[in-house]
Write a protein that binds this ligand. Structure first.
Ligand code: FMN
Length: 372
């Protein structure tokens, strides 16, 4: 087949942004901001520039305030030094013809006192999510967080909004709200974790309120077509007790129906990594992305385990508009060119995902082709 007839590899318009193709680089935490200020480093600029042929890069999850920190050596976007560091990253990507959104994150109850100057992390309720936090001394079990007061929630939303403005000042092309399991937002969405009795807890409407409060504030800073959100409705393993429940399907229906009025850049949805049979979200198993498509008329960015073939198929079938690739971008900085030319893909080395330094980060070469 002629490659130019493949929608995955063709140009695509989001608002006034022209993407070169629909191959999106998903956020990848790589823990290379190993300095006390959590400032993006020069190797980060090089790493992202190497991957600029993606239709759009989504940056690694980036902290919106000191309280949001839950993993060592991950950069923030709440100080002026961090903004300066990100400026070098966005410039490097733009100089190479790419586009990049900043992914804004807060880990909530997934933090640890060792990362919070001994203070308790914050969460929707004083319930331990029974997960693990990556501290300077390695993985440690999470603790019972301090329940956020309404004033804390409002302040956190302000911090996200400030971070969104910082992302603009740093030259990003837009932002994605990091709302996959492990982060603060899904803790609010969770029936198990969120035991609040105020307007941020209880009903589906109340538990999802933080999503819309956040979006309403951020679209004061960015045009909505430059704002995206990433959800993982069906994560089952390694996530502690924030797992799907009997209201998850209705909750996401509610959220997507409401998001329909926002004209966002896209809603990014992570697919199932395991068999959903026998779980409360079993009904989503078959034709997973269609369930979201049927409840949302905006753009959908599909994620998890896609290959060039399965990505082309889902776009051709109209079940998603864009597809993101995570791990494939680690060892294949030129993933788009490899897709275009049907070149073989390289394997990434998991030992270097969070190891710091250049090795396994900026050392993966572009394909040495054409091959005989
Ligand atoms: C090393 C690594 C770090 C990741 N960091 C983030 C992150 O910061 N934010 C996020 O939303 N997802 C993160 N993810 C998840 C990926 O964005 C993506 O959803 C996942 O890898 C599935 O896509 P894939 O099968 O194409 O790799 C990470 C995944 C990996 C492997």
């Amino acid at each position: 087949m002629n490659n130019t007839s493949q929608p995955l590899l063709e140009e695509y318009q989001i608002g006034d942004l022209q993407l070169k193709n629909r191959v999106i680089m998903a956020s990848l935490t790589r823990a290379r901001a190993a300095n006390p200020g959590l400032v993006p480093t020069a190797i980060m600029a090089e790493y992202y520039a190497q991957r600029a042929s993606a239709g759009l890069i989504l940056s690694e999850g980036t902290w919106v305030n000191p309280q949001s920190i839950g993993f060592i050596n991950v950069p923030g976007i709440f100080t002026q030094d961090q903004v300066k560091g990100w400026k070098a990253v966005t410039k490097a990507v733009h100089d190479n013809g790419g586009l990049i959104f900043s992914q804004l994150g807060h880990i909530g109850a997934g933090a640890h006192p060792d990362l919070q100057n001994g203070e308790l992390p914050v969460g929707p309720s004083a319930v331990n999510i029974q997960s693990q936090s990556f501290t300077p001394e390695g993985f440690k079990n999470t603790v019972t967080p301090r329940e956020m007061k309404v004033a804390d929630i409002k302040e956190t939303i302000q911090d996200y909004t400030k971070a969104a403005q910082n992302a603009k000042d740093a030259g990003f092309d837009g932002i994605e709200i990091h709302a996959i399991v492990g982060m603060l937002i899904p803790q609010f969405l969770s029936k198990t974790i969120n035991k609040r009795t105020d307007e941020y807890g209880g009903s589906i409407e109340n538990r999802s309120r933080i999503v819309f409060d956040l979006l309403d504030a951020i679209i004061e800073v960015w045009d909505s077509t430059r704002v995206a959100i990433k959800f993982s409705p069906v994560m089952l393993s390694n996530v502690g007790i924030v797992t799907p429940d009997d209201q998850t399907i209705d909750l996401f229906k509610y959220i997507l129906n409401k998001l329909d009025h926002y004209n966002l850049a896209f809603v990014h949805i992570v697919g199932p990594s395991e068999d959903l049979s026998g779980t409360p979200v079993e009904a989503l198993q078959e034709d997973y992305f269609s369930h979201f498509r049927n409840n949302y008329s905006g753009r959908i960015l599909a994620n998890l385990g896609f290959s060039k073939e399965s990505a082309s198929k889902i776009i051709r079938e109209g079940k998603a508009d864009l597809v993101s690739f995570g791990e494939l971008f680690i060892a294949n900085p030129d993933l788009v060119e490899r897709f275009q030319n049907n070149w073989t893909l390289s394997e990434s080395d998991r030992d270097t995902y969070y190891s710091g330094g250049e090795d396994g980060y900026i050392t993966y070469p572009k394909a040495q082709y054409p091959q005989s």
